[in-house]
Design a binder for this molecule. Structure first.
Ligand code: FMN
Length: 145
């Protein structure tokens, strides 16, 4: 399966998460590409069966650049699915709901519930056991294909 991951990450914690996710999915034989949203545009994401968007929570929301990116998605693959990751200090964050609402018009279909990965402080580190949480997330997302 072709998987496209687009992420934003101020301090590198989210980047570490998506790189680990790529490791998990590649090991299972999937073709995974990662894009930093600052270095690509929403219109130029490649065709894929599954899209994963990963964002930090900033003031209870994804940062403005991620909101803009999700609002301008132009996905051409019919029936493509998506799922979401946010890194946050407070797991009560509604960032995933806000990202879901922005993705709605793109026609992407939700693959599985998103995952919230906790960081200890603004700059991290990631919570202990984040690899296991990403493993469970990957299993859920891939099961729903
Ligand atoms: C300006 C700013 C605002 C933040 N606001 C929140 C917040 O409202 N809730 C929360 O849980 N974390 C908040 N954080 C912590 C971020 O979630 C954390 O820095 C981020 O998840 C780390 O991931 P990254 O290294 O990929 O950027 C904030 C961080 C910054 C820099």
């Amino acid at each position: 399966m072709k998987v496209c991951i687009a992420y934003d990450s101020k301090y590198g914690n989210g980047k570490k998460c998506v790189e680990h996710l790529r490791y998990i999915m590649t090991k299972k034989g999937h073709d995974v590409n990662i894009f930093n949203i600052l270095e690509t545009s929403p219109e130029s994401l490649p065709q894929a069966n599954l899209y994963i968007f990963s964002s930090p929570t900033h003031i209870g929301s994804p940062p403005r650049k991620m909101k803009k990116f999700l609002k301008n998605l132009n996905i051409k693959t019919k029936g493509a699915k998506y799922s979401l990751i946010t890194t946050c200090m407070d797991t009560e964050t509604k960032a995933l709901d806000k990202m879901t609402a922005l993705i709605q018009p793109s026609g992407l279909v939700k693959a599985a519930n998103g995952v919230k990965i906790k960081v200890d402080r603004y700059k991290g580190p990631l919570e202990a056991g984040y690899e296991k949480r990403l493993q469970i997330f990957a299993d859920d997302v891939l099961k729903s294909q």
